[in-house]
Unconditional design. Sequence first.
Length: 141
Amino acid sequence: MAVRRRIAHDDGRAAVASWRAARSGDVARPTDQSAVVRSETPPRADLPRQTLATAVRYLLEELADRAPGNSVEVRVPPFGVAQCVEGPRHTRGTPPNVVETDAETWLALATGRLAWPDALTSGRLNASGIRTDLSEFLPLA
């Protein structure tokens, strides 16, 4: 069954690109070669909430599209949730396989800036259940 898209691909890609740019230390500075050079300043954190929400929801939809199923629930409060990965479907209550994290960690995982094992060991990601290792599906963008 195909995932019902709520975020248009162009809008989602633009939001992810904005998040990447806001978290990047690379800035364009005029030089003799007009090259992009490494900034000494920390990454910007002033990404609009709506852009952050769009990026999170778009990448959750991508995950559900690439790993269809209903055995794992991925939660990124307060922005979204997705069900994915083939296997037994739950029908009531809390699903047996749940992944929960914050928006920044989800975006870092989904874009390849953070590895699954690193997120688990750092405590930035909670995963319970035997099907919750999503590393084979990541990165998404």
